[in-house]
Design a protein around this ligand. Structure first.
Ligand SMILES: C[S@@+](CC[C@H](N)C(=O)[O-])C[C@H]1O[C@@H](n2cnc3c(N)ncnc32)[C@H](O)[C@@H]1O
Length: 252
């Protein structure tokens, strides 16, 4: 399947959903609370913001200015509607941009935030490429799929080897961050509700409608199969992996 078609189908599958991946406001705020001594009005960059669940949570819980960046205009349009509805136009600036080539001068931000998106360019690349954009002493917060326990069963190991072979343990990610000039300030597991209640439950409700609307399209059925398979993996093996929130401070 062409990348463009896959994106179209993923956009359709997630249309109107508040989140495009696992997460919840509670965890966003828990990670934010670990970013001590931010300025009163921090400059924040939200990379891979999607439809902006975490962007809106950050706006509601800081007095900062947030630049929300994503590559897919449909997701940004959905965020824009909420920004206008909540009267946040002065506080949230929406930009279409590629996370690999972020168009900002060095030391522009007190905090870079990225939930469930750094994997797209690779954890280590993100840590390296985004570091100069953060002011000295500023923060980087990311959530990233990570192994929680050793010796996962073969079935789940095969699944991730196929879908995200670069997935590492929490300790390996912490070590990678230290090597790239970041001081780990804190980290914690995204709770299971963030996967099941906030994301998979809604996605699961959407799937039959999506399948029916695309009954004659094998690509769409393939996307639905893949999604169901991913959900089934999590329901059986969530003790072995999940999203880890990492809070890093730029060490200078
Ligand atoms: C799993 S979603 C997470 C979205 C959002 N942070 C959330 O948790 O709901 C990953 C996001 O990364 C965006 N994305 C993919 N490739 C990108 C790129 N090269 N540059 C910027 N954003 C990208 C996707 O459009 C999508 O919105």
């Amino acid at each position: 399947m062409e990348d463009e078609r896959l994106i179209e189908l993923l956009v359709e599958l997630h249309e109107g959903l508040p989140r495009l991946g696992p997460g919840n406001d509670e965890s966003t705020l828990k990670a934010l609370a670990l970013c001590e001594h931010l300025p009163a009005e921090p400059e924040i960059l939200d990379v891979g913001c999607g439809t902006g669940a975490q962007t809106l949570a950050l706006a509601a819980n800081t007095d900062g200015h947030i630049t929300a960046v994503d590559l897919i205009p449909d997701f940004l349009a959905q965020l824009d509607k909420n920004v206008v509805r909540q009267g946040l136009e002065e506080r949230i600036e929406i930009r279409e941009a590629d996370m690999n080539e972020l168009p900002f001068p060095e030391a522009s931000f007190d905090l870079i935030w990225s939930e469930g998106a750094i994997y797209i360019m690779g954890f280590d690349n993100g840590l390296t490429e985004w570091r100069p954009l953060v002011k000295p002493g500023g923060y980087l917060v990311v959530s990233e799929a990570s192994w929680f326990k050793p010796n996962p069963p073969q079935e789940v190991r095969d699944f991730w080897n196929e879908n995200y072979p670069a997935m590492r343990t929490v300790d390996e990610n912490l070590a990678a961050a230290r090597q790239r000039g970041w001081l780990p300030v804190g980290h914690f597991h995204l709770p299971k509700e963030g996967w099941v209640q906030e994301y998979y439950k809604r996605l699961g409700e959407r799937l039959p409608v999506f399948r029916q609307a695309n009954a004659a399209d094998p690509d769409a059925q393939g996307v639905a199969d893949m999604t169901e398979h991913e959900m089934s993996m999590y329901s059986r093996y969530s003790d072995f992996y999940g999203y880890e929130f990492y809070v890093f401070r730029r060490a200078d």
